[in-house]
Design a binder for this molecule. Structure first.
Ligand SMILES: O=C(O)C1=C[C@@H](OP(=O)(O)O)[C@@H](O)[C@H](O)C1
Ligand SMILES: C=C(OP(=O)(O)O)C(=O)O
Length: 449
């Protein structure tokens, strides 16, 4: 394994934390870099013949786990400066050790797809949370393409995958709305004989499709009735690229929500990617009455960017239809927190996929709200939140984070605006997606200790 040229910054905080009512959140912060694009940039670079340079990579635990796995698979991966990485691709080989993807669903599922087209055997493992998440959704299509896979109980990790350089192309309709499954199939399809087709009944984030051409690959996206169809010709070689990673709308959601809820606040988060398949939360917040302004801020990686300015707002409950879920899938916990402060009832519909995240996020989000005195219920796959309105959110609860970074950050955002402080039981996993969270909240004046 090759060593990092420059040491990485510290891993962030761990242990419990308490957020206290804060007001006058002010300032401008740069958005944390996008996790989805960071994983993809590393993986595509490791498939390309030659040296790619990635700037502003998100140096979070999840992304570093992907970088570590790529080294074990034979790529040369070097950190040459803050957020700057050089990756030299090579044909992937059987790793000598199990590939430990820690907490990262994106890392493990995309890597299984990308590895399937090589003559190699790799064992994939992860932490307790990742080991409880479904992998059959990726292994089934990879098996249909000709890979062999053995999994733990119920299609979970550990998974031993035997890839093959003679993969078959498939025409596959996604049974769940998942960009990870789509991407795994497309990455495998790069090495298959013939055209691979992925059909999406509900469009999901399209970063893989958008980034592949930057590495010289051909891929096209079309519409057949209500379905989005992605077609990728097989037997494609990738060329190296220079990529700069845009800001993450999912991470930006936390400071934005804090400023909406804490009195007399006004902040700006700069450089946020506006990809429509990621931006659903911001549309919903506007529908709730949020004072949000979006200022165009150029482009990165083929994605339009904006600076988001947000002020403390009077919010009303809304209904969010199920078909909007893929465009804001990771934002429901913090949206539920925002809804708890609104006037009236918010209905978040069609959230079955939240049960397959780092925790059962549907149950855990309801528990977070209930522990802090908010009326909440789950009806089927819907989350119903009765906003506390002018009475305010009581707070005072202890949030069980269940290895889930988004729950931890959502609980802390609630505590920045609720009457009594909110404690979360663990914060280490925040570094999986947003290592700068505590610094950013402190920079705008939020009190977390
Ligand atoms: O492709 C990606 O980068 C991601 C897709 C989503 O997962 P699913 O594909 O499981 O919906 C999302 O929840 C995850 O944070 C990142
Ligand atoms: C679900 C998430 O990530 P992953 O699936 O990559 O673990 C997330 O970041 O909220």
């Amino acid at each position: 394994m090759n060593a990092l040229k420059n040491p990485l910054p510290g891993k962030g905080k761990s242990g419990p934390a308490t957020a206290r009512k804060s007001s006058r959140l002010r300032g401008t912060i740069a958005a944390a870099r996008d996790k989805s694009c960071s994983h993809r940039a590393l993986i595509l670079a490791a498939l390309a013949a030659g040296t790619s340079r990635i700037e502003d990579l998100l140096e979070s635990a999840d992304v570093l786990a992907t970088a570590g796995a790529l080294k074990e698979l034979g790529a040369r991966v070097e950190r040459t400066g803050e957020g700057v990485w050089e990756v030299h691709g090579a044909p992937w080989q059987s790793p000598e050790v199990p590939l430990d993807l820690g907490n990262s669903g994106t890392g493990v599922r995309l890597l299984m797809g990308a590895a399937a087209r090589f003559d190699l055997t790799a064992r994939f493992i992860g932490d307790e949370s990742l080991s409880s998440r479904p992998m059959a959704r990726v292994l089934d299509p990879l098996r249909a393409m000709g890979a062999e896979a053995k999994s733990g109980e119920d299609g979970r990790l550990p998974v031993t995958l035997k890839g093959t350089s003679v993969l078959k192309a498939i025409d596959y309709r996604l049974p769940v709305a998942s960009a990870q499954v789509k991407s795994a199939i497309l990455l495998a399809g790069l090495g298959a004989a013939g055209d691979t087709l992925v059909r999406e009944p509900h469009a999901t984030r399209d970063h893989t499709e958008k980034m592949l051409p930057l590495f010289g690959a051909m891929v096209s996206t079309g519409q057949e009735g209500a379905e989005t169809v992605i077609r990728l010709p097989g037997a494609q070689a990738l060329s190296p690229a220079g990529i700069a990673i845009p800001g993450d709308p999912s991470s930006a959601a936390f400071p934005v929500a804090a400023a909406l809820l804490a009195p007399e606040s006004e902040i700006t988060v700069t450089g946020v990617m506006m990809n429509p398949a990621r931006f659903g939360l911001y549309d919903v917040l506007k529908e709730m009455g949020a004072l949000i302004e979006l200022l165009p801020a150029g482009e990165r990686c083929g994605e339009a960017l904006c600076d988001i300015s947000v002020r403390t707002s009077h919010l009303s409950g809304v209904t969010v239809a199920p078909e909007r879920a893929p465009s804001m899938i990771d934002e429901y916990p913090v949206l539920a927190v925002v809804a708890a402060f609104a006037d009236g009832v918010t209905r978040l519909q069609g959230l079955s996929e939240l049960r397959a995240k780092e925790s059962d996020r549907l149950a855990a989000t309801a528990a977070l709200l209930a522990a802090n005195g908010v009326e909440v219920s789950i009806e089927g796959d819907d989350l119903i939140v009765t906003g506390c309105g002018p009475a305010g959110v009581p707070g005072g609860g202890e949030v069980k984070t269940r290895h889930d970074h988004r729950l931890a950050m959502s609980g802390l955002v609630m505590g920045l605006a609720s009457k009594a402080p909110v404690e979360v039981d663990e914060t280490a996993m925040i570094a999986t997606s947003y290592p700068g969270f505590f610094d950013d909240i402190a920079a705008i004046g939020g009190e977390i200790d």
